[in-house]
Ligand binder design. Structure first.
Ligand code: NAP
Length: 245
């Protein structure tokens, strides 16, 4: 389905990003696995992908909050894999606190990684996409953006920003055959949610957490030809958590 394409996935050393990298590879794409601190994990992900799916897989360190590192990353990926066709902005952090107790540092850190990081990566890949007249950009937002979850004013604002970034990017780049969509996951079992699981399950209509693989399947759909006429869309994958949100 994705043969001949190259997918770059940020935050692919753990959690949802790993599942997306594997699913893209299973669909036939070569993959660029991007990590920030987890180099051993990223290396292991690439080894498994190459062995299981027979595609090319390279891993790269990049702090997505740093625009120069993002530009350098895309240069390296272009040298190794011939460019980028699919960009998945998945890297993200939380630093939860009630608004009045939240430090300026924690607000900035979350905005800089989640929102500015996505902007940095779209900008770094943009010329690549325009030259090819092809690109699929998939931004990982969150239902927190739709619900305005208490204790997450920084995170909710960053992920709402990602939705607005998605829509504006979709409009700006549509004429160049570039699609840009957002996925808004609900509660997905990863390191990020490990401590919260029991508290939230009862509020999910499907009464269970999602798996990283659920999100990965949707990302592959948005990277594939099957979604060519979808752009600027936000798709919830949340077991019904934010129905109507
Ligand atoms: P996770 O398990 O905590 O993994 C986060 C990933 O992001 C790691 O690979 C980490 O890399 C990377 N990362 C963090 N800061 C980075 C930076 N500055 N530059 C580059 N990479 C960075 O998170 P997850 O649960 O898989 O979440 C993945 C995405 O889905 C995030 O955007 C998150 O907000 C979103 N999401 C998750 C849920 C959920 O329930 N899990 C729900 C809604 C949305 P290193 O480990 O290498 O440092």
């Amino acid at each position: 389905m994705l043969n001949g394409k190259t997918a770059l996935i940020t935050g692919a050393s753990r959690g949802i990003g790993v599942a997306i990298a594997k699913a893209m590879a299973e669909a036939g794409a070569d993959v660029a696995v991007v990590f920030n601190s987890g180099s051993e994990k990223a290396e292991a992900v690439c080894s498994e992908i190459k062995e299981k799916y027979g595609v090319k897989a390279f891993y790269y360190q990049c702090n997505v909050a740093d625009s120069a590192q993002c530009a350098e990353l895309v240069k390296k990926v272009t040298t190794d894999l011939g460019g980028v066709d699919i960009l998945v902005n998945n890297a993200g952090i939380t630093k939860d606190n009630l608004l009045l107790s939240m430090s300026e540092e924690d607000f900035d850190a979350v905005i800089n990684t989640n929102l500015k990081g996505s902007f940095n990566m779209i900008k770094a890949c943009g010329r690549n996409f325009i030259r090819k007249k092809y690109g699929k950009i998939i931004n990982i937002s969150s239902v927190s953006a739709l619900l305005g979850t208490a204790g997450q004013c920084n995170y909710a604002a960053s992920k709402a920003g990602v939705i607005a970034l998605t829509k504006a990017t979709a409009r700006e780049l549509a004429a160049r055959n570039i699609n840009c969509n957002a996925i808004a996951p609900g509660f997905i079992s990863t390191d990020m949610t490990a401590e919260l699981e029991d508290k939230y399950i009862s509020s999910i209509p499907l009464k269970r957490a999602g798996a990283p693989e659920d999100v990965a399947a949707l990302a592959v759909f948005l990277a594939s030809k099957a979604s060519d006429y979808i752009t600027g869309e936000v798709i919830r994958i949340d077991g019904g958590l934010a129905i109507g949100g």
